[in-house]
Design a protein around this ligand. Structure first.
Ligand code: AMP
Ligand code: MG
Length: 307
């Protein structure tokens, strides 16, 4: 069991693409977080993702594609709204949930009738997808429930002991820093299943009335505890009374939601591995739509284990 971090030079990219085509796993950077990818049309390859992550089979994967044309090969119907959203937000941190085509393996969709798809904007991800020529199913490249990786080294730290000879393409720090917005466009009106940094520009399209704010429905895979440090973690403002104890450390976040998203997982990791920190106290963030995704991640990080 081991991992190898490689700069995304032509030889490493070609090797990564070849590995994907051969049914092996590859970790790669996206603008949201690092992904652990497998050929989405190869059920045996996809099964390796679940094993490596210790991920429950009920949690579907997002399929990454290089073009809208490739996205269309994975679905039964491609609504006009998908065209509009793809034109406005792809490549970018928006996942569209659509009716799946029959040949998409059950392991990708967790047995459900829909598939989540996006075109990532990170140049290394795009180049890898083009070279591989296959759609790539990729959840975040970390053990299940742990904090998502936003640096290549985070992937090695989390998965190095669970995958043999894992190739990790190093694309530097992730620009967005938290997972994509997941939008179900199979229903009317469309529903946000997971908030992400693509939420604000979508709001007028999704809910002219603004009524979907906070309407983050439970969906397959919307596990309550997720993105979580190993240490006890609490967030104020969700019903917890705060009494300071020795070893408490406050997470501080930058003032804008974009900068806060970029910093969130790096800061959580830092506090989680600091031997002087016994407990992590998370901040309350503004109650406005631009902060929805960060509020969501803070809430999940603070959910006790075994819930
Ligand atoms: P991850 O890649 O680890 O961030 O997880 C992908 C997440 O996307 C899942 O946990 C689901 O919340 C969501 N997702 C992916 N595909 C679907 C789908 N077909 N239906 C509903 N949610 C999905
Ligand atoms: Mg994840």
């Amino acid at each position: 069991m081991s991992a190898r971090i490689a700069l995304p030079e032509p030889a490493a990219l070609a090797e990564a693409a070849e590995r994907l085509r051969a049914g092996e796993l590859v970790a790669f950077p996206t603008e949201t977080v690092y992904g652990l990818g497998a050929n989405a049309l190869d059920a045996v390859a996809v099964a390796k993702i679940y094993t490596a992550k210790g991920r429950p089979a009920t949690n579907p994967l997002i399929v990454h594609v290089a073009s809208v044309a490739q996205a269309k090969t994975l679905v039964k119907t491609w609504p006009a709204l998908a065209d509009e959203l793809a034109a406005a937000h792809w490549p970018g941190p928006l996942t569209l949930v659509l009716e799946r085509a029959n040949h998409v393996p059950d392991s990708v969709t967790a047995g459900g009738p829909t598939v989540g798809i996006r075109i990532p904007s990170h140049p290394v991800a795009l180049e890898l997808l083009r070279l591989a020529g296959v759609p790539v199913a990729a959840p975040s490249a970390n053990r299940s429930e742990e904090i998502s990786p936003t640096r290549a080294q985070h992937v090695a730290d989390s998965l190095g002991a669970f995958v043999d000879d894992l190739l990790i393409l190093d694309g530097g720090a992730c620009d967005v820093g938290i997972e994509s917005t997941v939008l179900d466009v199979t229903c009317e009106p469309p529903r946000v299943l997971r908030p992400g940094m693509c939420l604000p520009p979508l709001a007028p399209l999704v809910t002219p009335s603004g009524s979907a704010k906070g309407d983050v429905a439970r969906s397959p895979g919307q596990m309550l505890r997720h993105y979580a440090p190993k240490k006890p973690t609490l967030v104020l403002g969700f019903g917890e009374k705060y009494t300071q104890v020795e070893g408490d450390a406050w997470l501080t976040l930058p003032a804008t939601p974009e900068a806060a998203a970029q910093a969130l997982y790096v800061e959580l990791r830092r506090l989680d591995s600091d031997p002087h920190v016994a407990r992590i106290v998370l901040p309350v963030v503004p109650d406005s739509p631009e902060w929805d995704a960060i509020r969501d991640r803070l809430r999940r990080a603070a959910t006790p284990r075994h819930e």
